[in-house]
Write a protein that binds this ligand. Sequence first.
Ligand code: 3AM
Length: 176
Amino acid sequence: LPEPTQQRLFFALWPDASVRQALQAAGRQAGAGSGRPVHPDDLHMTLVFLGQVATERLPDVQTVADGIVMRPFDLAIDRFGWWKRSRILWCAPSRVPEALPGLFDQLQAGLADCGFAPERRPYRPHVTLARKVTQVVPGTLDRPIAWPVDSFALIASRTGGEPPRYRVLKKWPADS
Ligand code: 3AM
């Protein structure tokens, strides 16, 4: 296959197998089955979406990631909800540790310095559980998910074909 000249990229927190399994269970409780559940291997928490990035810009993106200062932190995913416009069912932490918007801000600033268009919408940390969900009453997870975060990742996304759609290109471990 020829090398792609551009890729659809985003930065995300990438769950390990046990958190992934817990997110799946959260989806079942929250009613993901009434829509199109996200493929278990695709479950993630987006940090910054970059969109199509030319292959020759990949080193710049990696340099930005290399410069991020990150300490490990814990996420407690304890609630779920639904967005009417996007028809997305999601789960999220009710208490957002400062480190999370901290990561978002650093990535945004670094990418903006490299000429990437900044996200204008406020950062709303969430894990999408299902799409095309008609309506869900928000609630609390029966089993809150303890997610120890010790890295962030650069993800490539492909639009066509069968899921899983996302692939980890590289992970950056936290400075412990
Ligand atoms: O984290 P979730 O799954 O909610 O909706 C896309 C997905 O969000 C979002 O980036 C994540 C990985 O694809 N996304 C897609 N296009 C986007 C855009 N133009 C976008 N986010 C912001 N702007």
